[in-house]
Design a protein around this ligand. Structure first.
Ligand SMILES: [Zn+2]
Length: 286
């Protein structure tokens, strides 16, 4: 069933697990992730980025998820990832997104508060939840260029930001980065503890791919209730793709059967999703 962040994150925070949040770029991913999450009895957040929603993307992604979600027994959140533009957020809400992230993390503190509050006020009238970001998670963009440097979230900013904006979930910067790591990250768990003590709302970790599982689990013990994962899914699909190509070659046909073409990719993706669900202690929660 389709729901929003407030229906899944507070429970996760209370019970000591995190809800996996996967970026989806194709219907293939949506189906594999939902089937796997249902099998593992895990709530799941399907996320989409602006790039994939433009053109007919809203129909292919949001349209499809809205249509299939009622056929699943697990809670499913349809969440807009990293949006910086109010008009685009409105468009997403009109197209059935149940949750949005407004990312004002590159803006000065006061401006981030002002914009986030405007979006929260609008989204809440539509029953849509809002995630915001405080501090900045840097790393690699999808086009291979670098984002700005990471800036750790300052604990002293958290209370005032939450109070002034009324936001539902807060993405914090504690040492992760987007994309694939050049060297192993070292999460600042002490900072997270300070933030978690102050925060009245569930916390979100971006850049979940490639972060060592012990550190991810330590972050969950200290208030992280949603973890964003994308790069690790792309890596798993790439491995499946290589296997599919090898199998097709072995088959010796120029028109490989659908099983040979897609099965290895689907299986590899499903294994990665199931593994993340277990890492996050999210299995058997529904
Ligand atoms: Zn992110």
């Amino acid at each position: 069933m389709l729901t929003n962040l407030n229906e899944v994150l507070p429970q996760a925070r209370k019970e000591g697990y995190a809800v996996p949040a996967f970026d989806c770029i194709e219907d293939f991913m949506i189906r594999t992730i939902l089937d796997t999450a249902e099998k593992k009895k895990s709530p799941v957040i399907l996320m989409s980025l602006r790039h994939d929603l433009e053109g007919k993307g809203f129909s292919y992604i949001a349209g499809l998820i809205n249509k299939v979600a009622p056929e699943y027994d697990i809670p499913i959140v349809l969440h807009l990832d990293h949006a910086e533009n109010f008009e685009f957020i409105k468009q997403a809400i009109d197209n059935g997104f149940t949750s949005v992230m407004y990312d004002g993390s590159k803006l000065p503190f006061e401006e981030n508060i002002k914009n986030t509050k405007e979006i929260v006020d609008y989204a809440h009238t539509k029953g849509v939840t809002v995630e915001a970001e405080l501090g900045h998670v840097g790393g690699m963009k999808l086009d291979g260029s670098r984002e700005g440097d990471s800036q750790l979230t300052r604990a002293e900013d958290v209370k005032i930001f939450i109070e002034k904006t009324g936001v539902d979930a807060l993405a914090v910067s504690i040492g992760t980065a987007h994309g694939v790591y050049e060297s192993e990250p070292e999460l600042n768990i002490e900072r997270l503890k300070e933030i978690n003590e102050i925060s009245s709302i569930p916390l979100v970790l971006h850049g979940g791919s490639g972060t060592p599982v012990e550190q991810v689990q330590e972050s969950i013990k200290n208030g992280i209730a949603k973890i964003n994962i994308f790069a690790d899914l792309r890596i798993s699909m790439y491995k499946g793709l290589l296997e599919a190509a090898k199998k097709a070659e072995q088959e010796g046909r120029i028109d490989p059967t659908p099983d040979v073409l897609f099965e290895p990719i689907r299986n590899s993706l499903s294994d990665a999703v199931a593994g993340k669900i277990e890492d996050l202690f999210a299995d058997n929660r529904v």
